[in-house]
Ligand binder design. Structure first.
Ligand code: LLP
Length: 444
């Protein structure tokens, strides 16, 4: 978080509060969410996209709730002028409980159930992103029954695989999301995506707002977006020629990268917005299309850097490696149940001794959890002061996205709570689970 400072006592402070006090009050492990930081990131996106698309047809920013969702966060992002992307009935329930205007919600997912679609239509969500022919039929029938016209977008698989630094064109057809542009798919230009448009246009209960594309996550440059935008707009031009329509909206998805360690780059909102505006304007001109209203769906880059996880050290063990190197295994009171990303994606994190100063020489350390797996690693490699000991607090930054939202109860470990800190005050926004919570579900 941006408001992290370290006092002369060596204790980390978040929004002015020493983490030692937060640990004493709320226990560990705990996710500490810096409200001002999250709000500032949301506002930076809104400002950057407002500025870059001013003079074009404007832009909307949808916060991707899958990265971290809680009622408080829904209210903050709405107050900062953002919209919200949800992808399940559960996320929709949180959004509606938070009181956000349903018209500001976009609903994703490759297998939304009839009941989820029904709730979305009844609530009046602003857009449903269609992902399959089954879903087109399902939603068209449902909306017709309800006597409403459901606003929809069509998710297009553009055949761009976005990796951290490179993209491999046409390499990513073989996955479950969206409608393929691949000509081989139907034999016709525009592939399954063009066919999806035909079917939506033929359904009077569906209102087609535009096309949608999302190319991946942890992207650090605009190259992949250039290709995806070109391919989606090529389809838009084909639809104009075929149906005489120009779609008013275009969604380019999320996936903007953040720095987990000092080795990582960053992709800042102004850089992203300026690049996307230029690409959209250029490609629209090339195809002779009117510039649509553009939307994006950042999740990680808004919530990720805004939180850290605070753990308490339980045991410290020295392990001799080949070549006479010693690695210190520092076991903390959480692990893969509160952050699966290291185990699942081989993700890199950093960490720091948060509860005191130390002048001890740093040594190679690995921070591990309390789960019964050797892959239960929180931070693979870090240099920590050689005197790290039980009772010390360790902070892992950058855990605001896809940590709490992917947390589990593996080994019957209760999931930690989320404490929001702002202006020198701290409050629980997601309560920590207890063993009673776990036992309540076990009704056998
Ligand atoms: N829009 C769509 C359609 C998406 O599928 C996603 C992410 C986003 C937006 C937001 O992407 P972001 O800006 O947060 O990168 N669990 C993985 C990430 C999965 C992302 C899934 N979709 C991780 O922990 O890295």
């Amino acid at each position: 978080p941006r408001t992290v400072t370290r006092g002369s006592d060596g204790v980390l402070r978040i929004a002015g509060i020493p983490v030692t006090e937060l640990a004493a009050e709320f226990g560990t492990p705990v996710y500490l969410l810096d409200e001002a930081d999250l709000r500032a990131r949301a506002a930076a996106y809104r400002d950057a996209f407002d500025a870059a698309f001013d003079g074009l047809a404007g832009a909307d920013v949808y916060y991707a709730g899958k990265s971290f969702l809680a009622k408080a966060v829904v209210r903050w992002i709405a107050e900062e002028g953002l919209r919200l992307d949800v992808c399940t009935g559960g996320e929709l329930a949180v959004a509606l409980a938070a009181g956000i205007d349903p018209a500001l919600i976009g609903f994703h997912g490759n297998n939304k159930s009839l009941s989820e679609l029904d709730r979305a239509v009844s609530a009046g969500v602003g857009r449903i992103v269609l992902d399959s022919f089954d879903e087109i039929d399902r939603l068209a029938g449902l909306a017709a029954e309800r006597g409403v016209r459901a606003p929809v977008m069509i998710r297009v698989t553009v055949g761009v695989e976005a990796h951290t630094h490179e993209y491999i064109a046409t390499a990513h057809e073989d996955q479950k999301f969206g409608f393929s542009l691949n000509r081989g798919n139907t034999g016709a230009p525009g592939g399954a995506a063009a066919e999806a448009v035909r079917r939506v246009l033929a359904a009077p209960s569906l209102e087609l707002l535009g096309l949608h594309s999302h190319i991946g996550s942890q992207i650090y440059d605009a190259a992949g977006f250039e290709v995806s935008t070109r391919r989606v707009l090529e389809l838009a031009a084909q639809l104009r020629d075929e149906h005489g329509i120009e779609l008013p909206e275009l969604d380019l998805g999320g996936g903007f990268g953040i720095a987990y360690t000092t080795q990582d780059e960053v992709f800042e909102p102004t850089e992203i917005a300026t690049a996307l505006a230029k690409i959209v304007e250029h490609e629209c001109a090339a195809y002779g299309l009117r510039v649509p209203r553009v939307s994006v769906e950042p999740g990680r880059s808004i919530s990720g850097p805004a939180a850290c996880t605070l753990y308490e050290v339980g045991t410290v063990k020295q392990v001799e490696l080949d070549g006479g190197v010693t690695r210190t295994y520092v076991s903390v009171d959480g692990g893969m149940s509160d952050n699966i990303r290291t185990a699942l994606y081989d993700a890199s994190y950093s960490c720091t001794l948060a509860s005191r100063a130390s002048t001890a020489p740093p040594g190679l350390a690995r921070v591990v959890g309390k789960h019964c797996e050797s892959g239960d690693i929180v931070v693979r490699d870090e240099f920590l002061p050689g005197d790290v000991a039980p009772g010390d607090l360790i902070a892992v930054p950058g855990t605001g996205a896809y940590a709490r939202s992917m947390a589990s109860n593996y080994n019957h470990v209760p999931r930690p709570g989320v404490v929001a800190v702002a202006d020198g005050t701290a409050r629980v926004i997601v309560r920590a689970e207890t063993e009673d919570d776990l036992l309540r579900l076990d009704v056998g």
